[in-house]
Design a protein around this ligand. Structure first.
Ligand SMILES: C[S@@+](CC[C@H](N)C(=O)[O-])C[C@H]1O[C@@H](n2cnc3c(N)ncnc32)[C@H](O)[C@@H]1O
Length: 263
């Protein structure tokens, strides 16, 4: 936390609330391998400085930057949802979306929640640890004509679950792999899911563990505390079941696997 927590957790945000600074402080020799790993993993270089507004962003505020947000928004404008997101939306749609409330944790620019709103959901709340998405997210909300139906907050539901309303459907796409304590994160997410929850995660096998180890080796050499994780899928599913959800859908994509649950 330290000097980053200058604002209360969970502050409602607007794109203009933040100062985005260019910070690449590491020695040049370290920057090259770091950038190479980021390119390989589909992530851009880190250029968002520490920003106020969140709890402990766990390095996500540095790692998930405006350039990545811009690329994600452009990809969505040109090609729509990718296959993983499409399967997740379809699972939720099969349960009925008319009038539903949506809670998306780590929703990035928010493409999944926008598609759920287009398919009948009433309202969405997005929780993020990085403020870098806000400008692009606002533009996408306007383009989709759903202004006033999306609330975006910088908030860690695992740390402060009490300050978040329950929703009919809860989504976590590619989020658990950026968070160390999957039990706390998924437990809190499950407690907020009135009807359905869907999440995606990488597999845990020798290849994914080697990739994660290589990424984290590089991240350890860089400023910031961002790390990736290949948490055990069976243990993650067990957390959700302990919190009263039943597994009803599974999809094994490459590299992202999806698990869908009903209450
Ligand atoms: C790999 S990105 C995925 C973004 C988006 N869901 C997508 O699939 O394009 C992971 C996101 O999760 C966010 N995140 C990680 N842990 C979080 C938490 N506890 N609460 C809210 N957001 C979180 C990070 O800030 C980051 O934006």
């Amino acid at each position: 936390m330290g000097g980053r927590c200058r604002e209360p957790a969970g502050r409602r945000i607007t794109a203009s609330s933040f100062t985005i600074a260019s910070v690449t402080r590491a020695p040049r020799a370290l920057q090259q391998p770091y950038r190479a790993v980021l390119r390989l993993t589909g992530h851009g270089p880190c250029n968002v400085g520490p920003v106020p507004g969140c709890c402990d962003p766990r390095g996500c505020d540095r790692f998930f930057n405006r350039r990545m947000a811009h690329r994600a928004a452009e990809r969505y404008r040109k090609r729509g949802l990718n296959a993983t997101s499409r399967h997740m939306v379809e699972f939720l749609e099969r349960g009925g979306l008319a009038g539903a409330t949506v809670l998306e944790v780590g929703g990035g620019v928010g493409e999944i929640q926008l598609e759920l709103l287009k398919r009948g959901a009433h309202r969405a709340i997005n929780l993020e640890l990085s403020p870098a998405y806000e400008h692009e997210a606002e533009r996408l909300v306007r383009d989709a004509g759903v202004e006033g139906r999306v609330e975006r907050r910088l908030h860690d539901i695992a740390v402060d679950p009490g300050d978040v309303e329950r929703a009919d459907v809860v989504v976590l796409n590619r989020v658990v792999c950026c968070y160390p304590d999957y039990e706390r994160l998924l437990g809190a997410a499950a407690d907020h899911a009135g009807r359905r929850l869907v999440f995606s995660h990488p597999p845990r096998n020798p290849i994914s563990r080697a990739v994660v180890a290589a990424q984290n080796l590089v991240f350890r050499l860089m400023p910031g505390e961002f790390r990736t994780f290949a948490h055990p899928p069976a243990a993650m599913r067990a957390v959700l079941e302990r919190h009263g959800l039943k597994p009803t859908f599974a999809h094994r994509g490459v590299p992202w696997q999806i698990a869908g649950f009903k209450r």
